[in-house]
Design a protein around this ligand. Structure first.
Ligand code: AP5
Ligand code: MG
Length: 214
């Protein structure tokens, strides 16, 4: 199964992608997580990406495409994947479709996790992230068992550098201008599904699973 999760920053893409990936035994591929991993390891790619990410801007398409095409070569992608945070621009979506078409393949589902901007701004200030395994928590709605510690890998949880309120506003702006047009792109292909991304995390997950089972 190959699916794309769409949605604004903080819509819950990562939260849902982890669960879908575990349920279907396919990898969760988050370009944001890959960039953060590179920043942590101070790679050349990480240094380039950080300059954009800290300002709430998108990393240039060439850098993203180079990275993702390499990731698709890994053996764990043979049965599909959940894409989270990619594609994020029309050129990225077209490049993905072209790469898949070469192998007579395609994206089967584009799922939009729909959340209003005001809810997002509230969520982001409470988010805590594990930079080791990519899981996210929330100080009010999704607390770890031990304070500031990841339930799965015991790493310390942090507030992401780009979760400052002024950067979140910029990211939302960039989302509406550069990423939202993907909703029409996938709608025209007949594979777009909208899910209400507010309310219980389990309910949202069930809505997604029902789409994938239908
Ligand atoms: P990326 O890491 O992809 O960030 P994002 O899209 O801004 O999304 P987030 O990870 O912030 O949110 P999410 O939707 O995963 O929400 P989460 O599940 O954590 O990208 C970061 C940066 O990298 C970009 O700004 C860009 O610079 C660069 N980049 C990455 N990919 C790129 C690309 N393809 N092209 C160019 N540049 C790229 O949930 C958020 C919070 O809400 C958590 O605390 C969670 O616990 C909580 N929560 C989740 N669901 C609920 C719920 N139902 N109710 C209450 N709280 C909830
Ligand atoms: Mg995420």
């Amino acid at each position: 199964m190959k699916l794309v999760l769409l949605g604004a920053p903080g819509a819950g893409k990562g939260t849902q992608a982890k669960r879908i990936a575990e349920n279907y035994n396919i990898p969760h591929i988050s370009t944001g997580d890959i960039f953060r991993e590179n920043i942590k390891n101070n790679t050349e790619l990480g240094q380039k990406a950080k300059a954009y990410m800290d300002q709430g801007l998108l990393v240039p398409d060439e850098l993203v495409l180079e990275l993702i095409m390499e990731r698709f070569k890994a053996p764990d992608c043979k049965n599909g994947y959940v894409l989270d945070g990619f594609p994020r621009t029309i050129p990225q979506a077209k490049a993905l479709d072209e790469a898949l078409e070469k192998n007579n393949d395609r994206i089967e589902y584009a799922i939009n996790v729909d959340v209003d901007d005001d809810v997002i701004i509230n969520r982001m200030s409470g988010r805590r992230a594990c930079l080791n395994c990519g899981r996210t928590y929330h100080v009010k709605t999704l607390r770890p068992k031990v304070e500031d510690t990841c339930d799965y890998c015991n790493s310390k949880l942090v507030l992401r550098d780009d979760d400052k309120p002024e950067t979140v506003k910029k990211r939302l702006d960039v989302y509406h201008k550069q990423t939202q047009p993907l909703l029409d792109y996938y709608n025209e292909k007949g594979i777009l599904h909208n899910v209400d991304g507010t309310g219980e995390i389990d309910r949202i997950y069930n809505d997604i699973i029902n789409i994938l089972k239908a």
